[in-house]
Design a protein around this ligand. Sequence first.
Ligand code: MN
Length: 395
Amino acid sequence: MKRWLLVALLCVPQIGFVAEDSKPERYIPLNADDESIDIWKQRRDMSKDKRDPGPVNIQRYDTGPSYSGIPTFFHQPVALTPEDLRAGKVDVAIMGAPLDTSSGMRGAAYGPRQFRVADVYLGWGLYTDPHMHVMVDWTKDLRVVDYGDAPIDNLSAERSMEPVRAMVREIAEAGAIPVIIGGDHSLEYPDVAGVADVYGKKNVGVIHFDAHYDAGSFGRGHLITHGKPIRRLIEEGHILGKNYIQVGLRGYWPGEEGFAWMREQGMRYHTMVEIERDGWPAVMQRVLAEAREGTEYLFISLDIDVLDPAFAPGTGTPEPGGLTPRELFPLIRGLCSDNALVGFDLVEFNPLVDPGYITGLNADRLVRECLTGIAMNRKGLASGYVSPLTVEDAR
Ligand SMILES: [Mn+2]
């Protein structure tokens, strides 16, 4: 054997081995040549469906109990395209975002599906009656649709953010209010950024209900998780800290460093400590007043774990000592009646650990409180309004 060939045979594999061993890759990159890399967000060609644009009611019968028929959000008609939203002059488009990758796949991805079937007593069709407190019926005063689910790469929270944001933006551009049913709280990032894309950076304020502050900085290298959407929204400049208001913080997160960061941003927060000290009615009035300062537009991000685990056991990170439904319902209704609401998300509802439908029942009711509030807004009724028929006349 020629000497140079022997040298070559000995050296080449060794060079490769040494290089791999001394510099292991930090992560496995995606294969950009894989033809199926984006298949999860490719939409079916709906132009083949021969129909005029507009919402479609897919129920076979005019009325029915909540447990029958084809499950859509509140049994509302379906809209599939922006043209459907525009042709139907849709006020509110409810979309699912079945993503729980960034909370460790705890089960919140099943939230939208369960939400569509969770109306345990609400009838549909001709059966609806108004909200008893205010005698307003959103099913008659608003055009609400089920806009289907956002495309989710269920192996990657990072890759799911942009498609969710695009779908939220699509709804807002069509002049409707997006209501996003999660999914985990990483969704607040694309949800708020999506409406800010339409209404302008720094033009939207956020009221955030949560046991946790969700502006964390850690995350094993991940730049988005269900514990850090707010930090990203503020650092990217979609919203100003002074227009960010939190309600219901308790437990053990954040600590001093987290509170210091929030103070630096000018964020405001109403912890359970304040609620215990001053009482709920006082804190509720503060939140209603603050929501109207700063920006014209309001987004509400509602982590179901703001409720006490007695009322919301079906969630990924329950924290004892939270709000009651009776405290939260009038505030959600009031925020939605008193403001130019441009978006609402309800996140962290995990039906897999929800005995007796408790969490689903309260989650369902919270969205209906907001829809009632939006309908009140259109009628010029403000927070604190109650129907004389249901209170004064009874005395
Ligand atoms: Mn949260």
